[in-house]
Ligand binder design. Sequence first.
Ligand code: GUN
Length: 293
Amino acid sequence: MQLIDGKALATKMKTKIKEEVDAMKSSGMKVPHLAAVLVGDNPGSQSYVRNKVRYCDDVGFESTLIKKDDSITEGELLAIVQDLNDDPSVDGFIIQLPLPDHIDAEKVNLAIDPKKDVDGFHPMNFGRMTLGLPAYLPATPQGILVMLEEYGIETSGKKCVVVGRSNIVGMPMSILMAQKRKTGNCTVTIVHSRTKDTVSEIRAADIVIAAIGRANYITADMIKEGAVVIDVGINRVDDDSRKRGYRLVGDVDFLGVSEKASYMTPVPGGVGPMTVTSLIMNTIIAAKGQIYN
Ligand code: GUN
């Protein structure tokens, strides 16, 4: 099994991104500016947003972090979105998900100016992506495409099974893998909670992309010999031997599956670092006006 080292690839890309930001600066352009809105104290969200802000600092981006208490009203959050839409210094912004239950996440998503929607979640970007038009691609699926391409993994004509149908990962991933594109041209199946025989579907796959958020759900007996296995899950499991009391594991039982897979991503150090890289690349595209001018 060959490990797909997302961390190493992300580090390599970070150097290139920093060079690009330096070049933008030298040519008199303003540096890209990413803003992030974090509501509440979900530990996962806090850690993701921290990584994004740190990445901005590392590559010379301007960044703004807007932190709000869980008690924020929908109206107050919509007003923040409007301010970010109107602020010419901000090239792109994200509203970290999940949002508290009393806020309609769809309404907030619809309020984002598609030009600044570097998450690619607004229907304008999602629709453009689906039609194969220039769009901000959602960060996690985009990062996975880059990894598959970098490792020279053939996808054309392969059977790809995407486990999970979220709007953030499973659904856009399945669309991209089916499209006529360099890394694509797969025959795609999405499996989800109502699938009749999930195991048989996964067992038939040449490429498995697991994005369900269930620790070690995919086990070796579900995997075809030689399959490529991409693990999007980041799950906390109790571990008293660790100082922080938990460790991170993916949706895939790494040790067992590594006996059968040809390529696979580790957790941590696989998909996660590439997700941040993609968001940053989308922000450069936004700053340069390459999609909407
Ligand atoms: N929560 C989990 N993944 C993401 C992401 O890619 N973007 C945002 N905004 N929230 C998330």
